[in-house]
Design a protein around this ligand. Sequence first.
Ligand code: G6P
Length: 486
Amino acid sequence: MVANDTARVLVASNRGPVSYTVHPDGSLTAKRGGGGLVSGLSAIGPDADAIWVCAAMSEGDAGAVRRSAADGRGRLDPADSGGQRVRMLDIDPEVFEAAYNGIANSTLWFVHHLLFQTPFEPVFDEAFRKQWEAYEAYNAAFADALAEEAAQGAAVLVQDYHLSLVPAMLRARRPDLRIGHFTHTPWAPPDYYRLLPDDIAAGVLTGILGSDRAAFLTQRWADAFTDCCAKVLGAAVLRDEGALTVTHAGHTTRIGVHGLGADADFLRERSHRADVDERLSTLRGQVGEGRKVIVRVDRTELSKNIVRGLLAYRQLLTDHPEWRERVVHVAFAYPSRGDLAVYREYTAEVQRVADKVNEEFRTPGWDPVLLHLKDDFARSLAAYRLADVALVNPIRDGMNLVAKEIPVVTDNGVSLVLSREAGAYEEMGEDSFVVNPYDIRATAKALHEALLLSDGERAERTKRLAAAATALPPQQWFLDQLAALG
Ligand code: G6P
């Protein structure tokens, strides 16, 4: 059934632009989120007749959906989402858990970040099959809601690996729609992708190929996707004067690339508010007068390679004792996906290794590592301003916005140590100290060289890094995708 007040532009993503917390007295408070999609969607303005469809991810979210059930569809109070129309899907908790934690985060995320290795080996058994069925049901719930909310010929932008089956499901329900899919992660090369069971490897690809246009953050991930289409499905991949298409089962999907940049205006304004200034002075006090600062800010995520980063810092202090007491590693590793045991274990490992480095090198008045595990955006911006060196060494990363944000926010210029496996490398590699993220000694050497960079050279590089980082602000990134859908 199609709703009366349908939308011309639809965005679908697992995590929405707002989340809710339930208080002991049963009341709810809403918190608006940030990120590229939120700023991107703001570019089309409040009159654009848009709706965002997302999943309820917590008890609080489910409570908000029940509270707003008066409209019969789970549209939230627009006051909570800055006037944005949002429809939250209250999916059965068991189905959600299996789809989100089981398939999206433990299987698809792992395959695209090449993380299937001891002790995180995939087990494709009966329980896994049940998770896959839940993933299908969860995708179908999104396809149903989108089909109901979309006006004739509307544009639908489906986001990420959580919703890879939605494009084909939605096309079957509403062939009149223009459907785009955007992948925010890397894409695995075919030999690795084929670790997935054959039907599931094929199912994810044909799901995305249900779109009119499938887009990626870099050409490298787009090429990996089309390689998988060719090898797994036998699809026809055509490159014609720069235009890339995949044809499978009689349907042609255009492939696009849109690198997402930092939101310079927002960052520059936000990073000079009083709460950031306050944290900056606290951080300065903790670091100590005259010391250099190596900063990293990540979600505590296996793909971010935080432990090897700490080991590289340890190697730096070992190989170059002249840096002892003259440098501090400020490492913010924020909570992520704590429902999964491997994430909790990884967080504990990060803490353990940081403690070890401190025990080994600490002197009175100098803590070599300052590790914080509790999320604080204002403190992150303060660290960005303070950084002499930024360490961004993921094993693999769709883009990595920290690499792009630090050169924009820095007070005195920054040297960037950057993994060649981050999407950001394609735009920023030339002015960075590029590392193989697995190579701890090479990373230590890069940190040393980055610390030694002259002020003049650092200022020049920072200028170029900031220009590259802001070339495609989120608003443009979003509008380009919409325009490309036709
Ligand atoms: C990272 C990835 C996105 C993904 C998101 C999901 O930001 O770059 O591709 O959608 O994680 O994170 P979540 O906390 O919602 O599981």
